[in-house]
Ligand binder design. Structure first.
Ligand code: F6P
Length: 340
């Protein structure tokens, strides 16, 4: 009998529990046994697993976070790769690992696959930057949360005739900014993919205010450069993983100086990753989980499940993780009026 170990690794996002549930429901219906691996790769390195049957995944569809826990521990950075996982694999009898992860965790999965581990990847991230799939789950929820926030910030900006600079996540991709900025009617959207000139930005805001709408909302992706072209970080986490954040403070200071308008900053941060997934993310995560279990039952290893139009397909993990998926020029051009 196939014994699947399922893990969630990297930053959490809404929909992880829905994906776990999808994997377990399909795998057990297909006659496989499933174990949950705790805290991502760390659990596999330390022998922390627990049985996951249909009963253990009831009632989790709507819950944010992950019942398995997650971490950024990596078996190559913090161990010897597959060799570090072997004791747990042997002891538990887990013969296949379903990795629900972002680009970093899927890259690790691809490498372990090359070393001989039977592995299937499921793309998750609010950043939406995984190549090979049209969309990853978590993104839709994050866009909805940011859109709600922009709607609220717009009314207070309007009441005070202020500029409101809203910083959103996304690492080196501007997907959240472009989508939520458009949905929330932001005057300007700044993304890592396209450079901007802060003086143009100020002129644009001034023109808007002079024409009678004397408030503006500016949505900034955390990976966008500051006015001098510099990338803004807040150091690294305890794993050495670089943390982005704070660019909005620098942009706001320059905007206030150049326009003379009072400016406020809102960094939305982890709010974007919390809470229940949207209906779209529940559906996407469940479908990806089901397809991943089917891939295992069919013996299709070294693959990532991906959404392409209406289909759930398999793409080689190695191609999915080759390059992060940026917002393409065509998409940036569509929202060109909003991009400085
Ligand atoms: O990759 C998801 C993400 O939320 C990024 O958008 C963000 O830069 C990063 O994770 C934050 O990581 P952490 O949860 O470690 O602060």
């Amino acid at each position: 009998m196939t014994h699947i170990g399922v893990l969630t690794a990297g930053g959490d996002c809404p929909g992880l529990n829905a994906a776990i549930r999808g994997v377990v429901a399909r795998a057990t219906a297909g006659g496989a046994q499933v174990s949950g691996i705790e805290d991502g790769w760390q659990g596999l390195m330390q022998g922390r697993t627990r049985p996951l049957g249909r009963d253990q995944v009831r009632g989790i569809l709507t819950r944010g976070g992950t019942i398995l826990g997650t971490s950024r521990t990596d078996p190559y950075e913090h161990g010897e790769g597959l060799a570090t996982l072997k004791p747990t694999l042997t002891e538990t009898g887990i013969d296949t690992v379903v990795v629900i992860g972002g680009d970093g965790s899927l890259r690790t999965a691809a490498r372990l696959g090359e070393e001989g581990l039977a592995v299937v990847g499921v793309p998750k991230t609010i950043d939406n930057d995984i190549a090979g799939t049209d969309v990853s789950f978590g993104f839709d929820t994050a866009v909805q949360i940011v859109t709600d926030a922009v709607d609220r910030l717009t009314t207070t900006a309007e009441a005070h005739n202020r500029i409101m600079v809203v910083e959103v996540m996304g690492r080196q991709s501007g997907w959240i900014a472009v989508s939520a900025g458009l949905a929330g009617g932001a005057e300007v959207i700044l993304v890592p993919e396209r450079p901007y000139d802060v003086e143009d930005l100020a002129r644009r805001v001034l023109a808007r205010h002079e024409s009678g709408s004397d408030y503006s909302v500016v949505v900034v992706a955390e990976g966008a450069p500051d006015p001098s072209g510099e990338r803004v970080t807040v150091g690294a986490d305890h794993m050495g993983f670089e943390r982005l954040g704070g660019v909005s403070n620098r942009i706001a200071a320059e905007l206030e100086r150049l326009t003379g308008y009072e400016t406020r900053v809102m960094i939305l941060g982890h709010l974007q990753r919390g809470g229940t997934p949207t209906a779209n993310d529940r559906v996407l995560a469940t479908r990806l989980g089901i397809r991943a279990a089917e891939a295992v039952l069919d013996g299709d290893y070294g693959m990532m499940v991906a959404c392409r139009g209406p289909e759930m397909i398999l793409v080689p993990l190695s191609t999915a993780v080759a390059e992060p998926r940026s917002v393409p020029d065509s998409r940036l051009d569509e929202v060109g009026w909003f991009l400085i």
